[in-house]
Design a protein. Structure first.
Length: 682
């Protein structure tokens, strides 16, 4: 009886369980959930959640960056509150400058952007100690446990966070929709419940609460208390292997019913089995860490392609997910420490201590990079995000089925990978013929079908990824992808390499259709776009020319000293150079023209170099760093101190046979040198 009641609540609830808190906002919106999706004001939604760390971006840039995130099709922002960013020194909380959480939330409210707040106490995020301050390690208590001393300090942290969010919770008409407790916790759910109890007692009162659905908890939390969210990545800097395709990341490119990943955080969590907590299938299938890119560690430097992010997102959607959450969606820069230490994860720090990350950069090769520069996946993902927004009510209740094999080995290429989501007579066919760093073949004479509708035999090109509709919006089937529906118009995207056929439910069939753009329909209210047109649909992109030209000069001041001895650290991987090692770097002087103040607002300094790693200094202060992996070393010139027109560039030579993984795009030539410096517009 109890099990039947639980399932009834899950499948039929139109209000949140009592444990989930107050759900109504002053704007009249209610947020509920059932086993399929979130429901806002009685309408099913399929949100796109993008991770951005407010404390890793200067406050003066927040408004512009939130706007760009929103223009990318993101409908919810997720952000960590790193404990050691706000209480680096015990008892001294900083909520100023780029640590001003309240101001960031106010900007999200102004731009109508909901927020999921990830409040720790442990976050990870490649931050020193996973975000736990150094001084906590001397308190003699068990961290991340129900230890009363530890929970006492957590309560102080939560009270401080609450002081920043008062009046900005969803019930107040604010942007905060939910919060996550801790991160990647594998112990007893009693700890997570203790964190929630603490937060509720302080005054947190939100529509729902979340936790990471990996790894499996030793004791689950009671049903309905926290929604488990999952993730996947195309590669991981944390892998100790120096091979191009290490670990189980290839599984992210195959449709399957299993929600979690066995590849995330293997440095901290070890080997993970394909199983989740009992009962988690009764929650909606959401993700919070779908790799929008990947960071570079010193020993392992993955190069992420836009197709990696798009393919994983499409596969997760086709496998049943109704919330795609990207980690990261926007890169950042570690803030200045107040104690002189660095705030990056290293092998020598007290917590996490498995990887050496750059001191400053957290670009993550995300759709929007460290300085807000768009990478190709920013545009590539937009049609998918528009589809999720505009077709959510159709898609969300559809169940996933898997006509193709769910168990493939790395690079295995016997047949097309595809899945179906359907309900009643309607459905979507999801196709993925892509796997990172593998050469999947074109699939000839493929027969796809769903809900009694058979497609004409198709050749699916290598690398093809697509979603085909079946009995949706008056379309019986189409070999083009639905993108958006606005003002009575239906926008579709042509799939490259596949002739477009649109079979309508009124009996008419359009064959060999070519795109005509967003102004001329191919039939009645149906508009067919090229991929590029779909990627930029509804974007107001007005090109701006610089107000004054800038010039840049580079001169070598000194050669590199003796090569350092590369040792393996605590985690048995190569250690990044020490401060002493950087004194032996080659030194270059970069001079910028005096027109910087007039023209530098949108200018990025782009440095292509040969070498192991590089650093940039302004007025003797480290402002940017880079582990060479094939993309240029970038710096946003608008962040320079006023009047600064000279920079110092230091490069450490790449050593032959260094124990580091470099992708095929990296310059593997031993030695160092500047190949090209230019200015580009963000």
């Amino acid at each position: 009886m109890r099990k039947q009641l639980t399932r009834l609540l899950v499948t039929g609830c139109m209000t949140l369980l009592a444990a989930a808190g107050t759900e109504a906002s002053e704007l009249g919106k209610t947020v509920t959930w059932d086993k399929h999706s979130l429901i806002v004001d009685g309408r099913r939604v399929c949100p796109v959640m993008g991770e951005v760390h407010y404390s890793r971006i200067p406050a003066t840039e927040w408004a512009d960056e939130v706007r760009k995130i929103k223009e990318g099709g993101v409908t919810v922002i997720a952000t960590y509150v790193f404990w050691n960013h706000v209480e680096e020194q015990e008892g001294i909380f900083r909520w100023d400058g780029q640590r001003d959480l309240r101001r960031f939330l106010e900007i999200c409210k102004e731009q109508d952007m909901p927020v999921v707040l990830r409040i720790g106490p442990f976050c990870h995020g490649e931050v020193r100690n996973g975000g736990i301050p150094d001084w906590m390690f001397a308190k003699g208590c068990k961290l991340r446990s129900t230890d009363r001393v530890f929970l006492g300090f957590v309560e102080k942290l939560y009270r401080q966070i609450y002081s920043q969010v008062m009046g900005l919770q969803w019930k107040d008409g604010g942007p905060i929709m939910a919060c996550q407790f801790d991160n990647e916790y594998r112990g007893s759910g009693d700890y997570l419940m203790a964190l929630k109890k603490t937060a509720l007692a302080i005054g947190f009162d939100l529509p729902f609460y979340t936790r990471t659905g990996w790894p499996e908890l030793s004791k689950p939390v009671p049903f309905g208390e926290m929604l488990p969210l999952y993730g996947d990545y195309a590669d991981g800097f944390w892998e100790k292997s120096l091979e191009p395709t290490a670990g189980n990341y290839y599984k992210a490119f195959n449709f399957k019913g299993f929600r979690s990943s066995t590849a995330i955080g293997t440095d901290l969590l070890g080997k993970q089995e394909e199983k989740i907590n009992k009962g988690d299938e009764d929650y909606p299938y959401f993700t919070c860490e779908l790799g929008g890119g990947m960071a570079t560690a010193y020993h392992r430097r993955p190069y992420i392609y836009p197709e990696d992010a798009y393919s994983m997102a499409l596969v997760k959607l086709g496998s049943g997910s109704n919330l795609l959450g990207y980690y990261m969606y926007h890169g950042g820069t570690n803030p200045e420490s107040t104690t002189g230490i660095t705030l990056n994860e290293t092998q020598r720090t007290l917590g996490t201590a498995n990887n050496d990350l750059p001191v400053k950069t957290y670009d993550f090769q995300a759709p929007l990079g460290e300085f807000g520069q768009p990478y190709p996946q920013y545009y590539m993902l937009r049609p998918l995000h528009l589809f999720m927004h505009d077709w959510a009510e159709t898609l969300a209740p559809m169940e996933a089925s898997f006509p193709a094999s769910q168990e493939l080995k790395k690079g295995e290429d016997p047949a097309l990978r595809w899945a179906v989501r359907s309900l009643g007579d309607s459905g979507f066919v999801f196709v993925n013929n892509y796997e990172r760093l593998q050469q999947l073949s074109a699939k000839k004479s493929v027969g796809l079908s769903a809900r009694g509708v058979s497609f004409p035999r198709l050749t699916i090109p290598a690398g093809c990824m697509a979603i085909f509709p079946v009995n949706v919006a008056g379309i019986r089937f189409a070999t083009a992808q639905l993108v958006a529906k606005r003002d009575g118009r239906i926008y579709m995207m042509q799939i490259e390499g596949i002739p477009t056929t649109i079979a309508l439910q009124d009996g008419k069939t359009l064959r060999g259709v070519n795109p005509r753009g967003k102004e001329k329909p191919v039939y009645k209210n149906i508009y067919l776009l090229t991929r590029s047109e779909a990627e930029h649909l509804f974007l107001d992109e007005t090109a701006k020319t610089p107000s004054a030209p800038l010039s840049v000069e580079c001169h070598k001041l000194s050669e590199a000293g003796p090569l350092r001895s590369i040792v393996k650290g605590k985690a048995k991987v190569a250690e990044a150079p020490s401060e002493t090692d950087w004194q032996q770097a080659a030194v270059y002087q970069i001079r910028l023209s005096q027109a910087l103040e007039q023209a530098g607002e949108r200018q990025l300094l782009s440095i292509e170099y040969q070498g192991d790693c590089a650093r940039l200094y302004a007025n003797g202060k480290l402002v940017a760093d880079n582990f060479q992996y094939g993309r240029p070393f970038l710096y946003g010139l608008w962040r320079l101190p006023k009047g600064c027109h000279e920079l110092e560039l230091r490069i450490l030579p790449l050593q032959a046979d260094a124990p580091i993984y470099l992708p095929r795009e990296a310059d593997k030539t031993p030695g160092e040198g500047v190949k090209r410096i230019k200015l580009i517009y963000r």
